[in-house]
Design a protein around this ligand. Structure first.
Ligand SMILES: *Cc1c(COP(=O)(O)O)cnc(C)c1O
Length: 341
């Protein structure tokens, strides 16, 4: 397969239309046959459910080239099931998981020329989503929906090494108890924009959100889960019903426990314990792990011993092992790599 003439290592994280995308429409109570299309635009009612009441859910995953030249995706079955969970919470008809797998495979296959070569650090980012497409003015679920998957090449997340970031404890809340924090919905991002713009204006890279009910426990950032390492090397990740279940975080916990033989804990984490941890990182598909060097709580600084120059040793080990598994350099648990065929 002839690759596109793109300067892969200089690509940022932006949208570049590729040749094909997948579309299936839901009407009269059923998803149609669906298929690939060249049309990168959508025409719908000005009163569509997604435009009026934000009825939409999404996923994000990557396709990339392994060391031995295979085109793979990392655990796309978990994106299929999480999208279905997200859909049900917003009264959106779930897209069948087996059809999701076929569709995501077909989109990558049709855009193989845009899957960056091994070693470039770039990937093909895949965005599946479902939205209410029929008109809705009285508040209720739409009757018609579209499921769509497009793909766009994105550059390496860390250009020139992963530098630790500084985050602030936000005065805004991300997710209410019993709300929608655990699903991947655009609405969670719309309301996070003001908080992140404010944090950036103040010179911080990200927000740490605490639990909205009591402001006692650590939740997550706008788009990544926390992972902490204690001074005696236990990997700790916060547990809450309003945290989005990150596939990267779940995979890192498995790697820590089953591949590296470390002690792991998935439990509530009080904010006042954070000062005692040795290392901190943020996990998500985009970066795998971004190291956190400093957390600022209203002027009070928590500086992790790992410092502001490089990742802490445990987080580095987790990062190297998971990215090694993803790139096919290290044997991982069975079924984690899905080969595009
Ligand atoms: C997508 C997302 C994550 C990261 O999940 P991954 O499956 O690891 O990409 C974390 N938090 C939020 C709020 C998210 O939307």
């Amino acid at each position: 397969m002839e690759k596109k003439n793109i300067n892969w290592s200089e690509l940022g994280f932006g949208y570049m239309p590729t040749e094909k995308r997948y579309v299936s429409n839901y009407k009269n109570g059923a998803w149609d046959e669906g298929g690939l299309t060249d049309d990168a635009t959508i025409t719908m009612s000005e009163c569509a459910g997604v435009l009026q009441y934000a009825q939409t859910v999404f996923e994000g995953l990557k396709a990339y080239t392994t060391e031995d030249g295979r085109t793979v995706m990392f655990r796309p079955d978990l994106n299929a099931s999480r999208l279905a969970d997200s859909a049900r919470r917003l009264e959106i008809p779930a897209f069948p998981e087996d059809r999701f797998m076929q569709a995501v495979n077909d989109v990558v296959k049709a855009n193989l020329a845009y899957v960056p070569p091994y070693g470039s650090g770039a990937t093909l980012y895949i965005r599946p989503f479902i939205f209410g497409s029929s008109s809705v003015i009285g508040v209720k679920p739409a009757e018609e929906y579209q499921f769509r998957i497009f793909a766009t090449p994105v550059g390496p997340y860390f250009k020139g090494g992963a530098k630790p970031i500084t985050i602030k404890v936000s005065d805004f809340d991300r997710a209410a108890p019993h709300g929608t924090g655990h699903i991947k919905a655009g609405l969670n991002y719309a309301m996070s924009l003001h908080a992140i713009v404010t944090a950036h204006e103040e010179g911080y890279d990200e927000n740490m959100y605490l639990d909205a009910g009591t402001r006692t426990y650590v939740e997550e950032t706008g788009g990544a889960n926390f992972l902490f390492v204690t001074k005696d090397g236990t990997v700790v990740t916060p547990k809450s019903d309003s945290i989005l279940p990150s596939i990267t975080r779940r995979s890192l916990m498995t790697v820590a426990e089953e591949v590296l033989g470390m002690k792991v804990e998935h439990r509530q984490v009080r904010f006042d314990e954070v000062k005692d941890f040795a290392e901190c990182g943020l996990c998500g598909t985009a970066a795998v792990i971004s190291p956190v060097g400093k957390i600022v709580d209203h002027g009070k600084e928590i500086c992790f011993p790992s410092g502001m120059e490089k990742m802490g040793p445990v987080i580095q080990k987790l990062y190297d092992t998971l990215t090694g598994i993803q790139m096919g350099r290290i044997e991982g648990p069975k079924g984690w790599l899905y080969e595009v065929k």
